[in-house]
Design a protein around this ligand. Sequence first.
Ligand SMILES: *Cc1c(COP(=O)(O)O)cnc(C)c1O
Length: 380
Amino acid sequence: MPPAVSERPTRIVVDLDHLAFNLRSIRAHVGVPVMGIVKANAYGHGLVPVALHLQAQGVEQLGVAFLEEGIALRQAGVTAPVLVMGGIFGRQVTQFISHDLEITVSSLDKLRLVEAAAQALGRKAVIHLKIDTGMERIGVHSYSARPFIEAAVASPWCVLKGIYSHLACSDDPFSPMSAQQLERFLEACAHIERIGAPMPIRHLANSGGVLHFPETWLDMVRPGIMLYGVQPDPASRHAVDLKPVMSLASRVVYFKVVKAGNPVSYGATWAPEHDTRVVTVPIGYGDGFPRALSSRGEVLIRGQRYPIVGRVCMDQFMVDIGQDSAFNEDEVVLVGSQGDNAISVEALAQRAGVIPYEILVGLNDRIPREYSLREYRGGP
Ligand SMILES: *Cc1c(COP(=O)(O)O)cnc(C)c1O
């Protein structure tokens, strides 16, 4: 059977050249190796194609959230080092090791589980120690990390490749929390030196750290959202030149005139004051397009900006185009640019009252992804 080609007019286009551009920008900015974070379907951009492209661009390491994401990378032929950043369960450890995935060890108990599984398998586990410096999520508290570090250093069945922590407030350039966390982290790392062991790779900075706190770059950085050309927060500094990777578009599927006073969509929450032209767009909250954009969002059609009116439905929503014209199959841009206008993920998130991360990862599998690549790749 030929591969199913989706005819759905609603689609995400992922610009792989912009992804490569962002990786280069980040690299040039920090001057240390990069762990590209591709968890949550590469922030909605497609786990495997994004990981393969980052690998082709020479990214030093990839990071995912849980075991299955790591296995999916290996099954797709990704050979770059992959760190699974989430907490582990004992029964999973064998799979980590057999798929050559690097393990986050976040407690002494978990270290023992990893050692036992590695020994049973007769193969060493590659581990990164997780130190909690203020996030209170997973990891050994920095103030009680010494026995943990000593045990990991002494472990015959673990290769201590990295040590890391996670910043809780790096989106905010003025938060004192990041400097505190850095200090606690470095204090924990200093113990490795004190006991005379070789220093593993120290990594701390997510996108906020890359943008706002050069001291946190250390031996490797872990950018996620900025790889995709999106700022973590409206307050973030545009310290690195980035290009948006994702665009999201659909097409007009229906056109009609709505008479003054006649309400549109569920709940009859909106009605025009005058007769107006309304088009229907075939995407909705069932695709991950936020229902919070009901009578709040905007789209681009024929280069113009128009409001979403009434409630966003599961698979469709309506747009008021006033007295302008639009035709069936006209392109509707939800994220991206058209003519002189553009809608960013950041702007859309702000209107929906959520963070940009939530918009990106919310766009689900119902929407086909297309990958565009213009740059000359070399070769014969
Ligand atoms: C998700 C995540 C990142 C990337 O965060 P961004 O804010 O998207 O850059 C880095 N490190 C850890 C541990 C994470 O969970």
